[in-house]
Design a protein around this ligand. Structure first.
Ligand code: DX5
Ligand code: ZN
Length: 218
């Protein structure tokens, strides 16, 4: 199966956001990955609702919103109203993860859970059947352009087994340090969605880079 490619807007040129979004619209990108950072869950602040709404004005492709924020339950409805199609919350940021997943689904958005590199995917055992997406962090969240953590391959395999055992339809998304060198092996292990920030936006020809990622196969 061809992977779903989700370029991360975080690595785009914020001063030319409209043309960056138009470029993604023309490309083979499937989703737009939107990284929201609050300076509390992660040691960085990215952008919030006004910027997301500005992106939405130029985007027809689904918006895959990755919330790296504490107390995400306070903002789920607002992210949905701002155009989110999928909303992922961090397991490490949720005291009542089951409730927050139901809250996301009640808005009509797809529900995702993101897991940090240190967090075992086995902790998703009791919610995996309810999820549309699991976002495996292959770097410690907070910044684009970091080095891919190799242990991610093992986690993909464990997560795939869990998804099959629980009859879940969740897609496996890998986020952080994805590039031409690891894309095929990630898909081979069972990833369905590849997020790529720097690899796409720092390349000479982002449209071609996205096409190349789309072609990488297992
Ligand atoms: C990291 C973000 C990632 C990041 C990916 O905190 O969640 O989505 O933007 O960027 P690259 O591909 O440059 O690692
Ligand atoms: Zn992300």
């Amino acid at each position: 199966m061809n992977p779903i490619i989700a370029p991360s807007i975080l690595a785009s040129d914020f001063a030319n956001l409209q043309s960056e979004v138009e470029m993604l619209e023309k490309s083979q990108a499937d989703w737009l990955h939107i990284d929201i950072m609050d300076g509390r869950f992660v040691p960085n602040i990215s952008f919030g609702f006004p910027v997301m709404e500005a992106i939405k004005r130029h985007a027809t492709k689904p918006m895959d919103v990755h919330l790296m924020i504490v107390e995400p339950e306070l903002y789920i409805e607002r992210f949905r109203a701002a155009g989110a199609d999928t909303i992922s919350v961090h397991i490490e940021a949720c005291n009542h993860l089951h409730r927050t997943i139901q809250q996301i689904k009640a808005t009509g958005a797809k529900a995702g859970v993101a897991v940090n590199p240190h967090t075992s995917v086995q902790l998703l055992d009791d919610v995996i059947a309810d999820l549309d997406l699991v976002c495996l962090m292959s770097v410690n969240p907070g910044f684009g352009g970091q080095k891919f953590i190799e242990n991610t391959y093992r986690k993909i395999e464990a997560l795939k087994n869990l998804i099959e055992a629980r009859n879940s339809k969740a897609l496996i998304e890998v986020d952080g340090g994805v590039n031409e060198n690891n894309a095929s092996l990630l898909l081979d292990k069972g990833a369905n969605v590849l997020v790529a920030g720097n690899f796409v936006f720092s390349s000479a020809d982002p449209i071609q880079t996205i096409a190349d990622l789309k072609k990488s196969s297992n």
